[in-house]
Design a protein around this ligand. Sequence first.
Ligand code: NAP
Length: 484
Amino acid sequence: MNIITIKNYINGTLVMPTSGQYLDVYNPATGAVYAKAPDSDAHDVQLATEAAQQAFPVWSKMSAEKRSKLLLKIADGITANFEKLALAESIDNGKPLSLARTVDIPRSASNFYFYATAVMHHASESHFMEEGAINYTLRRPIGVVGCISPWNLPLYLFTWKIAPALAAGNCVVAKPSEITPMTAYLLSEICIEAGLPPGVLNIVHGLGGKVGQAITEHPSIPVISFTGGTSTGAHIASTAAPKFKKLSLELGGKNPAIIFADCNYETMLKTVARSSFSNQGQICLCGSRIFVERPLYEQFKADFVAEVNKLTVGDPLNEASNLGAVVSEAHLKKVLSYIELAKEEGGMILTGGKRIQVEGICKNGWFVQPTVIEGLPFDCRTNQEEIFGPVVSIMPFDTEEEVLRYANSTQYGLASSLWTENLSRANRMAEEIKTGIVWVNCWMLRDLRTPFGGMKNSGVGREGGWEAFRFFTEPKNVCVKYGT
Ligand code: NAP
C-alpha cells in the first residue's frame, strides 16, 4: 500500500518536521497504518509562530472585504474538494462516509462561509453619555492565536476555530489531533490554492504533549482555543493561566436525554437512536444517559432496542453502514472496559456489549456493537464518567424534580435534549437544567449564530456567532469627550 506522508503547513509551504520524525496514522476500519504524520516539536511551533507574527501586521490591517474574499475562496475550495475530503475523513476517523458527506464536510465549508461573511457585518458597541461624551468599543485582532482540536469531528471542529480566528484578523498556529490529521493536511493544500498569504495560518502536526504543550506555553501566543477532554483542558488551563492567556475551553460531556410520556413518540425514537450512536457515540453532544418517564419506560425500552438492532455496523465506506469503527485501538479498549464496568455495577446489557469482527478488509478494524444498558443507578461511574462511545444507559423517572436531579448530577454540563409536547414544562426544564445547550424535541439542530459551549467541567467560554468574534478580539474602550 502507498503510505501517504503528511506535512506541516508553515509560512505558506508544506514542510517536513525539523526532527525528520513521523508518527503512524491508522485507518480504524482496518487497523492498518496508511499514513505518516509529522512528529513535530517545539522547534516547529517556534517556526510557525514566527511566520504568524510576520504575517500579522498585513493580515490584521487588511480590509474586511479582502479578508472575506480570501476566506470565501477557502470555503469554495472545501466545497470543490467535497468528495475527496469526505473520503479522507471517513478513512482517517472510521466514521461512515455518509456521515462525513452529510455532516463533517458540509459543516466545515459552512464554518468558513459563515465567518467570511460575518466579518462584513461586524459592528461594535458605542455608549453615549449625557455629559457630552461617547464611548466606543474598539475591537482589534489580538495577534497569534493557538487552536487545538480533537479527533472526533476532525475538520469540522478544526475549522470552527480557525475560521473565526482568521476572519477577526488574527494569525493562527493550529494543531489537529495527531490521531486524525489528514483533512487538516488537505486543508493546507486548499489554503495554498486559495492564495492565503504565507504565515496567516500554520498547521503543525504532532503529539499533544509536544506540539500542543509548546503552543500552550509559547510566550508569543496569548490566546488558546481548545476543544478536547476535560483533563487535557485542566492541564492546558494550569499552564496558560499563570501566563494570563485568554482561554476558550470546549470539553467533555455526559449528556442527558429526557423523555416525557407526552412526547411525539416516533420522532423521539428515531432521533434518540441517532443522538445515541451517531459517529459511534463519539460526538461530544451525543446523549448517553437516557431518562424515560415511567409510564413510557417499558414501551420505550422494547422499541428502542428494536430500533438499535436495525443499525448496521460495518465498513464505513459502505453506504449501508450506520456505524463505522471507533477511532483507535486504545479507545476501543476504553469503551469495552466501560461496558465491563457497567456489568460490575449491576447493569444489564439489553443489546450489544461486544466488539464486532467485520468480514473482509475490515476484519482487524475497531468496531463495537451499539450498546444499551439498563438497571444502573444515576450516580454510578458508568452514568457519571464520559465513555465517548456507542454505549447508552436507560433509566426510568417519576417526576420533573427527580429527573432534574439526575440530569444535573454529573461534573459535566455540555448539552441536553428534552422530549415533551408540554411547552411550559419544556421551558421550565430548560431554565433549570445545567447545560450550555438545551435541545427541545430535536438534537444537533445547529444555528451557527448561537452561543456554543458547556457549563461546569464541560468548558469555559462559548464559541459560535459573535461570541467567537468577541473571543478572538481585544476590546478597548475609547471615551471621547466632545462637550465642555
Ligand atoms: P484530548 O485527548 O483532550 O485531545 C484534544 C487535543 O488536545 C488533541 O489535539 C491532543 O493532541 C491535544 N493535547 C493533548 N495533550 C495536550 C497538552 N498537554 N497540551 C496541549 N494539547 C494537548 O481529546 P480527544 O480524545 O482528542 O477528544 C475527545 C474529547 O473531546 C472528549 O472528551 C469530547 O467530549 C471532547 N470534545 C468536546 C467538544 C466540545 O465542543 N465541548 C467537541 C468535541 C470533543 P493528541 O491527539 O496528540 O493527544
